[in-house]
Design a protein around this ligand. Structure first.
Ligand code: FNR
Length: 190
């Protein structure tokens, strides 16, 4: 297998010391070489208002163009009140319009959710998946990734302290590479 894939990573937290961002940075080091993961910032996207489509902000058009360029999208989300933080939902809404050029359509996606608690942001993970269905993404079903205990996962350098956690993330990323390959290079019909 050859080729590399441009993976746009969206982090659903703006917090300076966000565990979710630390997780995605760890992913960039653990990922197989074929996955070129780059965090695409979403904090500068103004709240979606359809009226602004008459003259869309540059932040929106730049973001849409970046997502369209990507081969795949990795969504990393914490959980706010059992759902997706508004900043991430807003990015999905911005990318989805104008509907005729929905930036997400048909792209391979993966979801990882994280929380300091034990449930690993299960609620946010599945609310997010609901939106990804609406925008027509091909979201990897398995392995599911609910990362709990976030406050005790990483050392000062942002690496996993527990080898088993790192191994799980490596297997998740290998599965994502295979998922992207399957969708971008389908086998010829026999
Ligand atoms: C939270 N947090 C939280 N955690 C959780 O497991 N389930 C939840 O429903 C919520 N709800 C929630 C709402 C709001 C408004 C805040 C600010 C926080 C806690 C949350 O998981 C914690 O702050 C994480 O550290 C957020 O992720 P980052 O910022 O570390 O990436």
């Amino acid at each position: 297998m050859s080729g590399t894939f441009d993976v746009a990573a969206l982090v659903g937290s703006l917090r300076r010391d966000s565990y979710t961002r630390i997780l995605v940075k760890a992913f960039t080091r653990l990922a197989p070489p074929a996955l070129q993961i780059e965090i695409v910032e979403i904090g500068g996207l103004s709240i979606y208002n359809y009226d602004d489509e008459a003259s869309p902000p540059a932040a929106w058009t730049d973001f849409r163009a970046r997502i369209k360029r990507a081969d795949a999208v990795l969504f990393a989300t914490p959980e706010y009140n059992r759902s997706v933080p508004a900043v991430l939902k807003n990015a999905i809404d911005v990318g989805s319009r104008p509907l005729i050029s929905n930036a997400w359509a048909h792209k391979p996606a993966a979801v990882v959710s994280l929380s300091p608690g034990v449930m690993g942001a299960f609620g946010a993970n599945h609310h997010l998946r609901q939106s990804l269905v609406a925008v027509g993404m091909a979201t990897m079903a398995h392995p599911e990734a609910y990362i709990g205990g976030a406050a005790k996962l990483f050392d000062a350098a942002g690496d996993f302290m527990n080898p088993a956690s790192a191994e799980f993330c490596v297997s998740f990323l290998i599965a994502f590479e295979l998922w992207i390959r399957r969708l971008t290079n389908p086998l010829p019909a026999s």
